[in-house]
Design a protein around this ligand. Structure first.
Ligand SMILES: Cc1ncc(C[n+]2csc(CCOP(=O)(O)OP(=O)(O)O)c2C)c(N)n1
Ligand SMILES: [Mg+2]
Length: 576
């Protein structure tokens, strides 16, 4: 139903009118966008109210950054742009980090922000929350648009949706000046001005010769490897990807958010033999994974001395040769590319050389066996392995739960230890290794999927979005937050030898984060052993009630920067 209003009647025939508020809402609904994540205030408070009244789910957060992260992950999980709604200048800036994050991670998202009066902003006359938001957003997102007239709202939103989801997805900024909302126009004309976007992310079919070149390269390999990235998870081409990997017989390595596309326990999974496969493989096929820092740029020590050939499947042609030569670029959307590869493989694809499979499998089994006893300890205070050992079992028993994960040691160790069994169930810090996605992701995932969410959070990581536990309680979301509380960043044991202030990486010792959620009516638990932790997490997920578990971790257990300490610059002058 279009949202219309009847103007106070001065003539005999009342004119049906609509306005900017209603057109924005109608345009969203017309395009199947039924959820908005945001923070209210001038000039968008009424927009949120009216959207809620019109049946859109409007989730009000405590900080725009978290609303933005919720929208970003909604985009990843659904392939529809997640929408974040913010107020002018400061609210917009708070949301902007998430928009840049969405762009970097290739998640479709639209940041819709109210803004102040153009005439005053452009003359820099000091308007309320004055800022040239469009100019500031532009370099940080995939596209940025401003709508000045009510009759352009339909086109403006259509452009934003297309820009967000077509090609390589990303973040889009849509600037909505305050004056726009109150602009009135004829309701029928308004309705006609709306655009339902047809085929917003058209299939991009790869060229047949590119597909053949890729398969020839893969077939020629003595030690082939497939790397699955989060682009492959985003594509929702799960069956095709599984069939392709299985038909090829090639060992696969899932990047963090691609875990579960095929189960981590799959016989071809090389996750536990990562360093071996990177070093010793001779042909590497990347599917929706980029050769950025997370893969050591495809060169250097991690990749060993053996010559490598890279095959890359990606929707973005500019991705090819970004770090090293790509001998077989396949450009297209992942679903179409994998379908084409499968079709062109034929019925008798040769299995990879048996000695390579044996090398990978025995390395993997050896590493898994080495880890196993460490995961079974019941130490108190806990170490990471004891705590993660029980969470690994919880996820195994509840494979459809969504795992949110951030921190340093808490992230790196959980990624390695917790096996995933289904696609798009692990969501984490992504390309930037950013702290702060935790509660936004948890809320977005709970809303979009209706599944239980388990958020495994470093105590520092949690602090970036911790206030949103009120939001989780307010909306009664099935979220269980487990805080790995080691009293600080990386470790809780640093000492400042030069003065009375605490060291820069430590927090209040023995903090009880579980008490925080009790302030909002949620369940708080202090867990000091793996047994207690397991009981508490199972009870939380069974209850479906907001729960925060303070998992007491040995403050000395972590290491500097987790697994990426090598990225820290070193001072030659520093006194030891
Ligand atoms: C936005 C942002 N700010 C700062 C950092 C730097 N940083 C990386 S990990 C981390 C916190 C690590 O501590 P914690 O979450 O407690 O995990 P732990 O290693 O202690 O398990 C910080 C602050 C970052 N990655 N992102
Ligand atoms: Mg910590």
């Amino acid at each position: 139903m279009p949202q219309t209003a009847i103007k106070a009647d001065t003539s005999d025939t009342p004119e049906q009118l609509t306005d900017g508020f209603h057109l924005v809402i109608d345009a969203l609904k017309l395009n199947g966008i039924n959820t908005i994540y945001g923070v209210p205030g001038i000039p968008i408070t009424d927009l949120g109210r009216m959207a809620q009244a019109a049946g859109i789910r409007v989730l009000s957060f405590r900080h725009e950054q978290n609303a933005g992260y919720a929208a970003a992950i909604a985009g990843f999980l659904t392939k529809k742009p997640g929408v974040c709604l913010t107020v002018s200048a400061p609210g917009f800036l708070n949301g902007l980090t998430a928009l840049a994050h969405a762009t970097t991670n290739c998640f479709p998202m639209i940041l819709m922000s109210g803004s102040s009066e153009r005439e005053i902003v452009d003359l820099q006359q000091g308007d309320y929350e004055e800022m040239d938001q469009l100019a500031i957003a532009k370099p940080l997102c995939k596209a940025a648009f401003r709508v000045l007239h009510a009759q352009d709202i339909g086109i403006g939103l259509a452009r934003a949706i297309r820009a967000a989801v077509s090609g390589r997805p990303g973040g889009v900024y849509l600037d909505l000046p305050a004056k726009l909302f109150g602009q009135v126009m004829d309701a029928a004309a308004g309705q006609k001005s709306l655009v339902k976007v047809i085929d917003p992310a058209p299939a991009q079919i790869p060229a047949a010769d590119a597909v053949k070149r890729a398969l020839d390269a893969l077939k020629s390999a003595k030690r082939p490897l497939i790397i699955l990235g989060k682009g492959a998870a985003y594509a929702q081409a799960d069956d095709a990807i599984k069939s392709f990997v299985e038909k090829s017989g090639v060992p696969f390595l899932p990047m963090s958010m691609a875990k579960g596309l095929l189960p981590d326990t799959h016989p071809q999974c090389a996750g536990a033999a990562r360093s071996t496969v990177l070093k010793d493989s001779d042909v590497v096929m990347l599917i929706g994974a980029r050769l950025n820092w997370l893969l050591s740029h495809g060169k250097g020590k991690a990749w060993g001395d053996a010559p490598k050939k890279f095959i890359q499947i990606d929707i973005e042609p500019k991705e090819m040769d970004s770090n090293v030569e790509i001998v077989a670029p396949v450009v297209g959307d992942i679903g179409s590319c994998v379908a084409a590869l499968l079709a062109a493989m034929g019925g008798n694809w040769p299995a990879p050389p048996a000695d390579w499979i044996k090398t990978v499998t025995s390395k993997r089994d050896e590493n898994v066996a080495k880890m196993a006893p460490r995961l079974m300890n019941n130490n108190s205070p806990m170490d990471y392995h004891g705590a993660l050992g029980v969470l690994r079992t919880v996820v195994k028993e509840r494979p459809d739960a969504i795992l949110v994960n951030e921190g340093a040691n808490t992230l790196d160790l959980a990624r390695g230890i917790i096996d995933m069994y289904q696609p798009r169930k692990r969501i984490d810090v992504g390309t930037w290794g950013v702290m702060g996605i935790g509660m936004g992701y948890a809320i977005g995932a709970a809303i979009e999927t209706g599944k239980p969410v388990l958020a495994v959070e470093g105590d520092s990581a949690f602090g970036f979005s911790g206030m949103e536990i009120e939001t989780i309680c307010r909306y009664k979301l099935p979220v269980c937050v487990v805080i790995f509380n080691n009293d600080g960043i990386y470790r809780g044991t640093d000492v400042n030898s030069a003065g009375a202030d605490p060291a820069t990486t430590v927090f209040v010792k023995g903090s009880r984060y579980d008490k925080m959620i009790e302030a909002f009516g949620g369940t708080g638990v202090n867990a000091t052993s793996p047994d207690e932790l397991k009981r508490a997490v199972n009870a939380a997920i069974d209850s479906g009630k907001p729960t925060l578990i303070n998992a007491v971790i040995d403050p000395g257990a972590g290491s500097e920067s987790g697994r990426i300490g090598n990225l820290n610059p070193q001072s030659a002058l520093r006194k030891k």
